[in-house]
Write a protein that binds this ligand. Sequence first.
Ligand code: COS
Length: 383
Amino acid sequence: MALDSDTLKQLIDTVDRFVHERLLPMEAEVAETDILPASIISEMRDLGLFGLSIPESYGGLGLNMREEIEVALAIGQAAPAFRSIFGTNVGIGSQAIVIDGTESQKGKYLPELASGEIIGSFCLTEPGSGSDAGSLTTTATKEGDSYILNGTKRYITNAPLAGLYTVMARTDQNTKTARGVSAFLVEAGTPGLLIGKPEKKMGQQGAPVADVVFENCRVPAENIIGGVENLGFKTAMKVLDKGRLHIAAVCTGLAGRILRDTVLYAKERFQFGQAIADFQLVQAMIADSETDIYAAKCMVRDAAIDRDAGLDITRKASCSKLFASEMLGRVADRGVQILGGAGYIADYGMEQLYRDARLFRIYEGTSQIQQLIIAKDVIRTTG
Ligand code: COS
């Protein structure tokens, strides 16, 4: 449902204030401790951030894609670990249910995901299957009214905190391809579901990532998403189409934040008797970053309009994710360059953001996978 423009503006203003008054002052502490304070998570719940994309009938805000993009642009200004805690509930941790779930799955799980009472997590990647997601080897074997899951999922965001896992597992052992994969809802605490030690990462401290291991984990057959076997890969791809667009908007928000920090520094930093912002070689970098950000903003807003209109956005979502994550890398690199020595030193903050930015070119599909998706679609539809 589309909000009226005043209500949307109020929501964006509130998120913007939350970012500037609550999140930015806490970034250094979260980077240092690797933990998001419970008080911040509770404020996020009160703001409705966990339920941005979940329909109102299940307790969410029910934003359409255009509205969600505007919130993602605003929240993207903060260090990305803050978004990550509710990001899975908005994206990959809830959307398989929203898009393909049965009525009873929606009724059972969406309200708790929308309120942030539980955190959702998306288990696709495995030690032996990353970009080639369709080759996954986690098995789900039917036994009476249950499936028995066995296998290991790797680099799973929010795994240590999650209450519900969307797990892609192979139900058809006769094929090694995407066609034999189903999606399951597995509740935390199910016997045989084990969570690994949180990984030590390059950036995004405060956003935990760990293995999820299934050892003869019994899941009720009714927890297969949509109630039908072997459609799980398609569900995962639909979830990622939307997720990639959201991530592209987050990249764009973060790039805007980095450019702002960069320019504020350049106006204060004096060399050769003047502010470095007055030098044309510095201005060229500022102009390139602003142009990059503007282009990404146009792309994500355009793709969001298409999704709201019910059009297939696979190509545009991949174009947006590819461009926005790569441009964030460029903007962060220019940020470090303009800050010079200060850009390399942790105390000034740019160093952390530069490391945080790096993940976006990898997760929810690497830049190279986005290129393959785009090229395949262009070639298929040309002629
Ligand atoms: N929406 C709906 N269906 C889709 C789809 C989409 N976006 N993309 C693919 N499908 C369908 C295809 O139509 C095909 O259906 P049929 O079996 O009926 O023909 C099926 O899914 C398999 O598609 P495809 O043959 O393209 O699969 P591939 O094994 O070649 O894999 C890529 C495609 C590489 C695009 C996919 O594996 C991928 O996205 N990899 C990256 C994974 C990723 O992002 N990981 C990040 C971890 S999650 S944070």
